[in-house]
Design a protein around this ligand. Structure first.
Ligand code: 2AM
Ligand code: CA
Ligand code: CA
Ligand code: CA
Length: 273
């Protein structure tokens, strides 16, 4: 596959920034892990990878803006382009020695997502997609699954973190989907969850309370693999709401109805006290 110049730049940045990550992964005790909030960790590796990505992307595309998990928003001279970056998505896995985390880089042009790269450096799995150009895993073209019913589907979800989100609503959602689906998974990396939907490993995925850097690149991947991505509850922009549902398209209606029914049941329960 001949990759575009843009994707090449993003892939180079992802590879360069994670050059030392295997060493870090094996020596987490030296990584000055600290807490940003309840159950919300950050390590020296997150900061190092983010800095390296910032440096490299700024070098190859000077003036683009940035939105990064650890450093926040940086305005660029070029107002029409913005990188959305999560240096390590799956920090809790990283810290616990679970080899399931990834770098996530997306590019927004005039407010629209046009490219995404998600790289798991431990598995050496590189997921890339550019709008209109398809989605790929290590040069293999990706396609979502064709399963048409939840009863045949493996569905991934995110569980609200301690001190955040609507835990009661999640329990209703889980109960409904669990009663229908073949299996439920929870991985701890939203970026990889979306990449796995694109790759046909999961048939569907939903999670609430996410940030733009968790999902921006994955949205491009799922769309380019033929899947559907949307906000869970409304037609609003999921980058803003952080409540995302991604499916192989065929399952979008059925999963949406289950999540809607869960919402109704949860509200009724709350109203009843
Ligand atoms: P992170 O590893 O980059 O922080 C998994 O459900 C998703 O939630 C991941 O994208 C993860 O991103 C994010 N996450 C993990 N812990 C979190 C917390 N305490 N608060 C908010 N988001 C969190
Ligand atoms: Ca984090
Ligand atoms: Ca993240
Ligand atoms: Ca992160």
């Amino acid at each position: 596959m001949a990759r575009s110049a843009l994707l090449n730049v993003m892939v180079q940045a992802a590879r360069k920034a994670t050059r030392n990550i295997r060493r870090d992964f094996g020596e987490v005790e030296n990584l000055q892990v600290s807490m940003k909030g309840p159950a919300d960790f950050v390590s020296a590796a997150d900061r190092r990878v983010e800095q390296a990505l910032h440096q490299e992307l700024e070098r190859v595309r000077p003036g683009y803006g940035f939105l990064m998990e650890e450093s926040g928003a940086i305005k660029g001279a070029d107002q029409s382009h913005r990188w959305i970056v999560d240096p390590i998505d799956g920090t809790t896995n990283f810290i616990h020695g679970i080899p399931h985390f990834a770098v996530s880089i997306a590019l927004e042009r005039h407010g629209e997502l046009v490219a995404g790269v998600i790289y798991n450096p431990i598995m050496d799995e590189l997921f890339v997609a550019e709008r209109g150009g398809g989605a790929f895993l290590n040069d293999r073209r990706l396609r979502v699954t064709q399963r048409r019913e939840l009863s045949d589907a493996v569905v991934c979800c995110g569980i609200p973190h301690r001190g955040r989100g609507d835990h009661a609503l999640f329990r209703h959602e889980l109960a409904r989907v669990q009663a229908k689906a073949t299996g439920i998974r929870r991985s701890g990396s939203a970026a990889l969850d979306l990449a796995y939907v694109a790759a046909g490993r999961y048939d569907a995925y939903w999670e609430r309370g996410l940030k733009p850097w968790d999902i921006a690149a994955g949205i491009v991947l799922v769309r380019e693999a033929g899947g559907t991505v949307s906000d869970i509850d409304s037609g609003r922009d999921m980058l803003q709401t952080g409540n995302i549902m991604a499916t192989n398209d065929a399952l979008h209606g059925e999963l949406g109805r289950e999540l809607k029914a869960a919402q109704t049941a949860s509200s009724a329960r709350q109203a009843a006290g």
